[in-house]
Write a protein that binds this ligand. Structure first.
Ligand code: AMP
Length: 142
């Protein structure tokens, strides 16, 4: 299974926000879309950062009420790790575990073509394991 197989099912929609939006706007989008992270893009759709629930919790702990006077660009993670549609899902799962993040934008020829979450990766790995079990079951009962 490859990242492109996940994107075939979930599509290439990426929910994004601009770095100068207020934090409250980011929280509203996360809640409305029921997602855990927003990609922060510039006006040319280039990645500037990523803002996840974890960044917001960390900022609440550091800034308390003042968190609501912050802009997305002040709280986002700047160095974003991306993957390619050609990457194996197992490798991305290992990377998410080792680096402790749950979202990876997918880039193809310099363009953002999707984002995959730990939920997408786990679902894909379970489906793969189930298909293997079924193939083995058919093999031994032949
Ligand atoms: P997450 O587990 O994805 O909610 O994010 C945990 C932390 O890692 C947060 O500080 C995020 O901003 C950061 N993060 C999430 N995804 C990535 C990524 N693909 N590259 C770099 N940092 C990330």
């Amino acid at each position: 299974m490859f990242v492109s197989d996940i994107l075939k099912v979930k599509g290439s929609d990426v929910v994004s926000i601009s770095s100068d939006e207020p934090v409250a706007a980011a929280i509203a989008v996360l809640c409305e879309k029921r997602i855990g992270a927003l990609l922060v893009l510039d006006s040319h759709d280039r990645i500037l950062g990523i803002l996840s629930e974890r960044d917001l919790v960390r900022a609440m702990n550091g800034f308390h009420d003042a968190v609501f006077s912050k802009r997305v660009g002040e709280l986002m993670t700047h160095r974003v790790v991306t993957c390619s549609p050609k990457d194996p899902v197992a490798a991305i799962m290992g990377m998410m575990t080792a680096q402790r993040f749950r979202h990876v934008p997918v880039m193809d020829e310099g363009r953002v073509v999707g984002i995959i979450s730990i939920g997408d990766v786990v679902k894909s790995r379970i489906e793969e394991a189930q298909a293997e079990v079924e193939a083995l079951r058919q093999y031994i009962t032949m």
